[in-house]
Design a protein around this ligand. Structure first.
Ligand SMILES: Nc1ncnc2c1ncn2[C@@H]1O[C@H](COP(=O)(O)OP(=O)(O)OP(=O)(O)O)[C@@H](O)[C@H]1O
Ligand SMILES: [Mg+2]
Length: 433
């Protein structure tokens, strides 16, 4: 490949030779014209190539341009290679960028990138949902103009980001608890990480409630028991009076015992995350046992009807099924006034699901209580329930047992019109023998 100078020299030489030859044959004018013509050939060629280059640059198609020959071939070839490499690098940077964005989008946490003036440079869709932001609309807006909670504004102003900040009642429905923390990065920029801690907060509150409830439930019988003990100790009582006090003490001790037993049952059920086993539970035998217990509990004060509409049995944990069924039956008896009627039925519906139903003509339950009945220690009427010895753990136990058997607990009740509690078991938990 000839250098630029050599090319220039060759052209000048050719032009001079042509001029001399023309001078000796045709005279001065033709010689000058021949010289100029020879010199302008590469200029015209260069102009044509520059025009092509311009056309391809404007159309962003430089890589597809066919290469000219000679000196321009090398220039265009190198230019094409440069552009190809640059585009390749841009593509791989873009791909990397897309991967980062995808990873940030896949994060279960909200992520917001803030510049040095706390303007939103980028945020993922979780952060959009948490704070009601719209990235396209809010990009480069100051975040404290968009999230106006005083504690958040203060957190940003103080610039002490060692501790996270808890924001409650956030999210589109105001029911989220969010834990956020800012982390410095780059040049005075900040990455805001936001975690949904609603469930953790709820679990924490439930744990606190649970401890408070257990203490409260235990304190009452213990106080009563201590009162009786004091009385027996200090007063000189007759034998029959003493017996009466001992009976009362026994019933308080019994109450504590059943509370502890229920708590243990719940703890066992909660710690057992595996589904219940699939041993055959003979419904006929179970119904006979329930009938005996029900009659003993009611002492003839209710009309109790047991109905066995299907010979099919259940597949499950016998002890748990018995406990769930008897909780529902004993509730019906305890909350239905004397002379009321109670129906207990087992059937298999048209879809092959097993249904255990306990229906009573009792006082019924107002709709606002229904969703909360299976919470631990939840009682509709605390004073009445305590009269009947209830601690509010029965339906929580039933619900856990239902879950372990993939069954649904369906409660229908209207005040004044009695209640119906049904456990509906899936088809694959029903067996013929
Ligand atoms: N058949 C029913 N009729 C009316 N109210 C009911 C009936 N069954 C349950 N309830 C209400 O639901 C509440 C929760 O019932 P649950 O069985 O969980 O607790 P409990 O009966 O009070 O106590 P426990 O079952 O632990 O001895 C009861 O306190 C009662 O107010
Ligand atoms: Mg109960």
């Amino acid at each position: 490949m000839l250098s630029v100078l050599t090319r220039f020299f060759v052209i000048i030489c050719v032009a001079l030779i042509a001029a001399f030859v023309s001078l000796s044959i045709w005279g001065v004018e033709i010689a000058i014209a021949a010289g100029i013509f020879i010199i302008s050939i590469p200029l015209i060629y260069a102009y044509i190539n520059l025009a092509r280059l311009r056309k391809h640059i404007l159309a962003d198609s430089l890589e597809n341009m066919s290469l000219p020959s000679g000196f321009w071939e090398e220039v265009f070839f190198r230019l094409q290679r440069l552009i190809r490499n640059l585009k390749q690098r841009i593509r791989s940077i873009e791909q990397q960028h897309d991967h980062f964005i995808e990873a940030f989008q896949a994060s279960p946490n909200g992520i917001v990138m803030l510049d040095e003036s706390d303007q939103i440079e980028w945020c993922n869709s979780i952060a959009e949902r948490f704070f009601g932001l719209v990235f396209k609309r809010d990009v480069m807006q100051r975040i404290n103009f968009l999230i106006r909670r005083p504690e958040f504004v203060q957190y940003l102003q103080k610039r002490i980001f060692e501790e996270p900040l808890l924001l409650e009642r956030m999210g589109p429905n105001g029911n989220l608890s969010l834990m956020l923390q800012a982390f410095p990065f780059g040049q005075k920029r900040h990455l805001l990480l936001v975690q949904d801690v609603t469930d953790l907060q709820k679990a924490d509150a439930m744990r606190r409630d649970f401890v408070a409830n257990v203490s409260h439930e235990m304190r009452t019988p213990i106080t009563v028991l201590m009162g009786f003990l004091e009385t027996v100790q200090t007063l000189d009582l007759q034998k029959d009076q003493q017996d009466q006090y001992f009976d009362l003490m026994m019933s308080q001790a019994q109450r504590m015992k059943s509370l502890v037993e229920d708590l243990l049952t719940l703890a066992n059920l909660e710690s057992n995350t595996l589904p219940a086993s699939v041993s055959v539970v003979k419904i006929e035998t179970l119904m006979a046992m329930l009938k005996n217990d029900a009659e003993a509990l009611s002492q003839g004060k209710h009309a109790i009807d047991f109905e066995l509409s299907s010979p099919m049995n259940l597949l499950g944990e016998e002890r748990e099924i018995h406990s769930a069924f008897s909780n529902l039956v004993s509730n019906a008896i305890r909350y239905t006034p004397d002379l009321g009627s109670i129906k207990v039925a087992w059937s298999v519906n048209s879809q092959g699901q097993g249904e255990f139903l306990v229906k009573d003509s009792g006082p019924g339950i107002a709709s606002e209580h229904l969703p909360r009945l299976t919470e631990r220690f939840y009682r509709v009427d605390r004073s009445r329930s305590r009269d009947t010895g209830g601690t509010g753990l029965g339906l929580a136990i039933v619900k856990h047992i239902a879950n372990r058997h993939q069954a649904q607990l369906i409660i229908e009740s209207t005040p004044g019109n009695g209640s119906a509690f049904m456990l509906r078991f899936p088809k694959d938990r029903i067996a013929t023998s």
